[in-house]
Design a protein around this ligand. Structure first.
Ligand SMILES: *Cc1c(COP(=O)(O)O)cnc(C)c1O
Length: 420
């Protein structure tokens, strides 16, 4: 029995990405994956942002190999280990200190949703309030606390229990009035229970690559301060370099009380999550929040190695260059769509194309897969998402952009050819 048949027969119906890209992958390297037939695919799905450094980055995998050979502990609850201390040290040096961030780190367990759960539980504890404000189109995870902050009707319906203690307010829609609505709603008579936290993505990943303006984000931060709530940035997808800098809010006036990180934090795709907590807000009592898999030393090792990229001026220059290149080609591709029916969505290397015509993004997803490119749709199927590995070369990106252009201009192929 082939592997594919085994999964189709025995894996729950809940599986989803594999239905869109129904081949069996065997090997991966850099921006590519290969299936069992040896066919190569450009991976623009990028583990939904969990593989920002590409597959099996040589520097990061070497660190993992060395650690395994050294016989270091693999998992360790929250015991002190050399691997954890070294990662924390390096994270403070490379990320926190240069930004003047006096935050402590919490390891909540190995998933983004666990970081969000910990963040909102802490915010409730610190403020003594229960309500949490999040924004339309947002995605924060599929466990009940973070699901209450997420907009997807499919996921919310599946909760099977009322999702409470959250208010979802409108995300930035680009109109000057966007902030005024929030302001009115959060005022004394706005009818919203005083929030423990305002939780926001600077660019909505799952919600369709909506990029909030700097002014709106800074307004949300101000409203959080004015209403006595914690300002929480969920940087799980937009962070770790996806928008072109380590945090998605670098270079802005945002000073979040709490930051959630996961997806590309370990650099190699190993499960890992982290909550950054402004030191004065670290109100946890010892043991008050726990989890077995908080001490994934393999991920500490790879996460430490991944940070080396952020001190490498060659890497930083390359990410800028690739970002400019991707932005340029997406603008050209959008212009080529008939009747002005496409626009560039997102920010930095967290970009894609938003189509007016219903079904167009899905059609292109299928055409791209037939051409050896894996890209998903988001935002209710209107947006085609392109998440190139940050390590992809400009030449590799250009080749990929040509395939996208080819898929956009292709005529429907005759059925006989399609069936071949
Ligand atoms: C993926 C994601 C999460 C949830 O992370 P999981 O590891 O899937 O639990 C939370 N917030 C954002 C913004 C995400 O993109």
């Amino acid at each position: 029995m082939s592997e594919k048949t085994a999964c189709q027969r025995y894996e729950s119906q809940v599986r989803s990405y594999c239905r869109e890209f129904p081949v069996v992958f065997q090997r991966a390297g850099g921006p590519y994956m290969w299936d069992v037939a040896g066919r190569r695919y450009v991976d623009l799905l990028c583990g939904a942002g969990a593989l920002n450094y590409g597959h099996n980055d040589p520097h990061i995998s070497a660190a993992l190999r060395d650690y395994l050979l050294s016989g270091g502990p693999v998992t360790s609850l929250d015991l002190y280990t050399v691997a954890k201390s070294r990662f924390v040290d390096r994270f403070v040096d490379v990320v926190l200190r240069p930004r003047g961030m006096d935050h402590v780190v919490q390891f909540p367990g190995p998933a983004g949703t666990l970081a969000v759960e910990a963040a909102i539980k802490l915010a409730r504890k610190v403020t003594g309030r229960t309500n949490v404000v999040a924004f339309s189109g947002g995605f924060h995870g599929a466990s009940l606390g973070s699901l209450a902050l997420s907009s997807s009707p499919l996921l919310r319906r599946a909760a099977g229990t009322p999702l409470g203690a959250a208010t979802i307010l409108p995300y930035d829609d680009g109109s000057p009035a966007a902030l005024e609505v929030l302001e009115r709603m959060l005022q004394d008579r706005g009818g919203i229970d005083p929030p423990a936290a305002l939780v926001v993505e600077t660019v909505q990943g799952e919600g369709g690559l909506n990029a909030a303006s700097a002014a709106w984000l800074s307004g949300v931060q101000r409203l959080a301060r004015e209403s006595g709530a914690l300002f929480v940035v969920d940087d799980i997808q937009a962070g770790c370099g996806r928008t072109g800098s380590f945090f998605s809010f670098d270079g802005s006036d945002l000073r979040p009380d709490v930051v959630c990180l996961s997806k590309s934090l370990s650099g190699l795709g190993l499960p890992m999550a982290m909550v950054l907590i402004r030191r004065q807000l670290d109100a946890w009592q010892p043991g008050e929040h726990n989890g077995t898999f908080r001490g994934n030393n393999l991920a500490f090792v790879t996460a430490e190695a991944a940070l080396d990229h952020w001190t490498d001026s060659g890497f930083l220059a390359h990410v800028d260059r690739l970002g400019a290149e991707v932005g340029g080609s997406l603008r050209e591709l959008a212009d080529a769509e008939p009747d002005g029916g496409a626009r560039v969505a997102g920010r930095g290397l967290m970009s894609g194309l938003r189509f007016d015509r219903p079904g167009r993004a899905d059609q292109l997803k299928r055409r791209l897969f037939a051409r050896g490119v894996i890209a998903e749709t988001s935002g209710g199927g209107q947006v085609l998402k392109f998440f190139p590995a940050l390590t992809m070369t400009v030449a590799q990106w250009r080749e990929t952009a040509d395939l996208v252009g080819d898929a956009m201009t292709a005529r429907r192929r005759p059925a006989a050819v399609l069936g071949a």
